[in-house]
Design a protein around this ligand. Structure first.
Ligand code: NCD
Length: 367
């Protein structure tokens, strides 16, 4: 059972640690609301990795695609996106299509009843009257959690999937990023022990904040946190890394670390979060990966970016086999389908279907 939040005010609930929040977000130990990456563990990541590969393989045939589309036609998802989005919105939407889930969206606050003064809580409850999932992106940190807090006390507590909450978290991006990293090193000794550079605006980049937390599941993996001084990784993530004994280096240099990297994760300046007159530069040339750097990178270095990009990632790199960002983008669709099938328990059916296919074809179900 999902714990009710009735006995706690919202500020009291907000003050709980991620560990204390788990019973409110997980049901019988399994993810229900997907809100931040501290909810995940290695077992979950390994399961989603396998499930993503299985869904990807099953989808290749018409018969397989129809099987997947037949799984959840009785489910509906609301895509509530209050911040600009291309990839996350489309990948969630196509993930829903893969599983036969019907979708609707609200992408513009000016056409929602919020302009008539409806509260955020009432908007969320209204969505829960019609839908089985709320997939939401919001400029305010904590709003996805507040939606879960409010629905846990209602008679229709449906899953909330955080598709980006302000500067704070982007847990489903972290799932697809870790999937891409594991897949990139599948034939190169695994992700354990690898050196990963996270570069750019680490202070306000929610993708790197969520991803850093998952690195702790892969022993021996080293992080180089490379950013301009004013955009260095914030203390909460640093203390998490310390607590989990993740080997990390904070650096205000970039190019000098490139030869050591097994993966480089670039990010853009998150200037939508600028406040007052303090306007950021559009990009930092010294934290840019350019074609001229390619010769100094390792042969199997994985170049990643959550996209959209600006000058920090030279498009002349796109055709280099080490550029993984277009695959990373596509991986998001499969990984999000895996997540939604896991939350609803349809992953069991998918795994059984795959095991049957493998039995018929006489090959192992390992993928
Ligand atoms: C990121 C985001 O929105 O946080 N994009 C994405 O979801 N793929 C990164 C960004 O906008 O820079």
């Amino acid at each position: 059972m999902l714990s009710e939040t009735k006995n706690l005010t919202w500020p009291e609930f907000q003050a709980l640690s991620p560990e204390e929040k788990k019973p409110y977000f997980n049901e019988n130990g399994k993810i229900f609301h997907c809100l931040h990456s501290q909810q995940f563990d290695r077992e979950f990541i390994d399961h989603i990795y396998k499930l993503t590969n299985v869904i990807r393989s099953i989808s290749k045939s018409k018969k397989g695609a129809l099987f997947l589309q037949g799984l959840m036609p009785h489910y509906k998802a609301m895509l509530y996106f209050m911040q600009p989005s291309t990839r996350t919105y489309l990948s969630f939407r196509t993930a829903c299509q893969i599983l036969g889930i019907q979708t609707s969206d609200v992408r513009d606050a000016s056409i929602s009843s919020e302009v008539k003064g409806e509260t955020f809580e009432d908007t969320i409850r209204t969505f829960s009257s019609y839908f089985n999932f709320i997939i939401m992106r919001h400029p305010k940190e904590g709003y996805a959690e507040q939606a879960a807090y409010c629905l846990n006390n209602s008679e229709r507590p449906i899953p909330i999937l955080n598709a980006g909450s302000g500067k704070d978290q982007h847990p489903t991006q972290a799932i697809l990023d870790i999937y891409t990293l594991i897949r990139s090193f599948e034939h190169h000794g695994g992700l354990e022990g690898k050196t990963i550079i996270l570069a750019g605006d680490l202070l306000r980049g929610r993708t790197v904040r969520s991803l850093s937390k998952l690195i702790s599941f892969f022993p021996g993996t080293k992080l180089i946190l490379s950013s301009p001084e004013k955009f260095k990784m914030s203390e909460d993530v640093i203390s998490f890394l310390k607590e989990k004994k993740v080997h990390y280096t904070v650096s205000h240099e970039f190019v000098k670390h490139l030869p050591d990297a097994d993966a480089i994760y670039m990010t853009r300046v998150q200037d939508e979060h600028d406040t007052g007159n303090d306007k950021s530069e559009k990009s930092f040339p010294e934290f840019s990966l350019r074609a001229e750097h390619l010769p100094i990178l390792k042969e199997h270095c994985a170049i990643m970016h959550p996209l959209p990009r600006r000058e920090e990632l030279d498009s002349a790199i796109d055709n280099d086999p080490r550029a993984k960002y277009w695959r990373q983008e596509r991986n998001g669709m499969w990984a999000r389908a895996a997540l939604m099938s896991h939350i609803t328990g349809y992953d069991q059916k998918i795994m059984c279907y795959w095991a049957d296919i493998c039995k018929q074809a006489n090959h192992t179900a390992d993928i």
